[in-house]
Each structure stands twice: as C-alpha cells, then as structure tokens.
Design a protein around this ligand. Structure first.
Ligand SMILES: *[C@@H]1O[C@H](CO)[C@@H](O)[C@H](O)[C@H]1NC(C)=O
Ligand SMILES: *[C@@H]1O[C@H](CO)[C@@H](O)[C@H](O)[C@H]1NC(C)=O
Length: 333
C-alpha cells in the first residue's frame, strides 16, 4: 500500500524533446524525394526553418535565419502529405485544416496549426544514455518513412486515431471509417538506427533501420551491425481538423478523406525529415539525462508568437485551398 501511494505521488519522469512547430507553408515541394522539382508531385504540409526550398544541400542550420519551431536552434524541416476531403456529391476536394496538438504537458504554447515533433532517447519516460549514447544527425542528413504507393498496412508507428472529447482512441493502420468529432490524429515514427555513413539513400530509407515492433513511444532495441549508430527517435503528431466536413459525410459512405497523392488512400501515409539543427545544439539536448520538453536549459527556446512570424515565399503558384476540381498535380479522379 505504501509503495502504491509513493508511486502515485512521484512526479512522472520524461526523457527526450517534445515541442510544437507552426505551419511554415503548404505547397508542392519535396527537397528530399524530388529535389529541384517545381512543382513536386503532391502537396505537403511543411513546418520548420526558412531555408526550406525545392533544393536543399549542405548545412541547413547555417543557412536558415528563422524557424516556426519552439526550439530556436532547430532549423530542420518536417513534412507530411496534406490531407483533403473528397466531396462525392459534386466531385470536388477541400484541404483539411490543421490544428495544434494539445499535449498533456505544456499545451501547444500558441502554435499556429503545424505539428508536434519528438526526439526521444529511449522511450517516453526514460533515457538510455548510460548504456547507449544517442548520436545527433549530421548536416545534410535526410530520411523518409512510409511510402505513398503502399497498398497494405504500413509499418508500425504510422498510425491514425479518431479524436473524440479527451479520447484519442486506438491506433489504426488506415483512416477511421466514421466521422471523428475531434478530428483525425496521425503519428509518424521514424527509425532510430543509422548506418553511420550515408546522409541519404536512393530510396531515402535504406541508411536507416527500424528496430521498433510495436506502436507508440517505445524503446528501440539495440541497433543491428548493419546500422550500428543509435540516433534520436523522431516522431511527428498532427491533428487534422475534419469537423467542418463531418456533416457532409453521409452515413454509410466510405471514408472521404484522402492524402494529397490520392490513389492508395490511408496506407500510403508518409513523412519526410530534413535535419537542420544549428551546430551541436541537438547533440547537447540529447546528452542530457531525463530531459523533456524544455531541453533542460541546454538549448534555446523561443515564444511561439516569435516562431509564428517565420515565413517563406510561395515557390509554386497554384491554388491548394478552397474547393478544387482535382487534387493539385493529380489527374482528375
Ligand atoms: C531557393 O532556391 C532558389 C533557386 O531555385 C533561390 O533563388 C532562392 O534564393 C532559394 N531560397 C532560399 C530561401 O534558399
Ligand atoms: C461542392 O460542394 C461544396 C459543399 O457544399 C460547395 O461549397 C462547393 O461550392 C461545391 N463545388 C462545386 C464545384 O459545386
């Protein structure tokens, strides 16, 4: 009994970083998968530093001058496909807006839309630094997770949840099949083991290895010999505000939400990562034990009101909002 009371009173320990990043831009650019393409194949929802461009080489953290992320030294870019609502009644599409994630700790701190980024060292409540050092990514590093062409259940960690009140519901490999009163929550977990050599790979994935076999913020087991370097476990959480479309979704109709690449529906969910922390700032944060959300004073934060001022110009001039007769760049369904 005594033990139970002590456990209940003990403040929970957290390890890793969790912070909001506001939306930077929504457009058809993808400097990882389609460098130089203006426009790229499909629309992305992008957050992070203002060095974001169709082509991104070298040390992004040295080139950017502002970031939409709360961590002021993080000029990385984080993006996923954008979500659209497909209105069967008149064969048109509307982009689903994003609202900030409200984590249990700290709230969204005034973020404007965007997504929440995690860099965990072991799992959500512990670090593993005494046993295995976490090595920060190097300038020029990039990776993707998931595949827009996937036609069956994506790997673990790429999941959907149906938000309703305070409940997130269970994690699912595909879109919910009925309206979610609080929107659709998506999670994208990246692999955490690096080959120690390549900043990228032809498929943007082979230089990383996934040791995680279950959903959630779980420990990545020891890295294999082929990919021996333990990196931070990066994850994105996004809340797609489907509320204004729920009333248009007629009972009995299949899921009307589509990613901006359409085609394979929910299984094709994917995310891209472009490393851009300045200098050794990410390494400093990862070297701190039992450190959550604020970097334990080891890295600089900015007010989200400041982060929200960071902006870039639109490179691809086309309509991606409003009711559209087709998804930008996609042949008419
Ligand atoms: C983006 O790339 C174009 C060339 O394609 C260049 O003129 C421009 O300065 C770049 N912007 C940034 C922010 O790097
Ligand atoms: C399709 O339906 C939506 C929702 O009712 C409406 O706002 C939009 O104008 C319609 N688009 C066309 C092309 O009729």
């Amino acid at each position: 009994m005594k033990i139970l009371v002590a456990m209940a009173l003990a403040a929970p320990a957290y390890a890793g970083l969790r912070f909001p990043c506001s939306t930077l831009t929504v457009q058809r650019l993808d400097p990882v998968v389609e460098p130089g393409a203006i426009p790229a194949a499909h629309v992305h929802h992008i957050v992070g530093g203002n060095a974001f461009n169709a082509t991104m080489e070298g040390d992004v953290g040295e080139r950017a001058t502002c970031t939409t992320c709360q961590m002021a030294e993080d000029f990385s870019n984080y993006w996923t496909a954008a979500l659209y609502y497909y209105h069967r009644a008149n064969n048109s599409y509307h982009r689903v807006p994003v609202i900030p994630v409200q984590p249990l700790l700290g709230g969204s701190q005034g973020a404007a839309a965007g997504l929440t980024v995690y860099y965990t060292q072991f799992d959500l409540s512990r670090d593993n630094l005494a046993r295995q050092r976490v090595t920060a990514f190097k300038p020029g590093f990039r990776m993707t997770v998931g595949n827009p062409g996937a036609t069956s259940s994506p790997r673990v960690g790429l999941r959907y949840q149906c938000l309703s009140g305070q409940s997130r519901g269970r994690e699912m490999p595909d879109f919910p099949t009925a309206p979610c009163s609080g929107g659709i929550f998506t999670t994208h977990h990246f692999p955490a083991c690096w080959d120690g050599k390549n900043l990228d790979a032809p498929d943007h994935q082979a230089h990383m290895y996934n040791t995680v076999a279950s959903d959630g913020f779980v420990n990545a087991p020891a890295c294999p010999a082929s990919h021996p370097v333990r990196m931070p476990q990066v994850a994105y959480e996004t809340v797609w505000d489907t509320r204004e479309f729920n009333k248009l979704w007629k009972t009995g109709e299949p899921n009307p939400f589509v990613w901006s690449f359409e085609g394979t529906k929910g299984y094709g969910t994917h995310a891209d990562y472009m490393f851009g922390w300045k200098g050794d700032s990410l390494q400093r944060a990862m070297d701190k034990s039992e450190c959550f959300y604020d970097g334990c004073g080891s890295i600089k934060k900015q007010a989200m009101s400041e982060a929200n001022k960071c902006a870039i110009k639109q490179t691809v001039h086309e309509e991606v909002e409003g009711w559209l007769p087709a998804l930008p760049g996609q042949a008419k369904a």
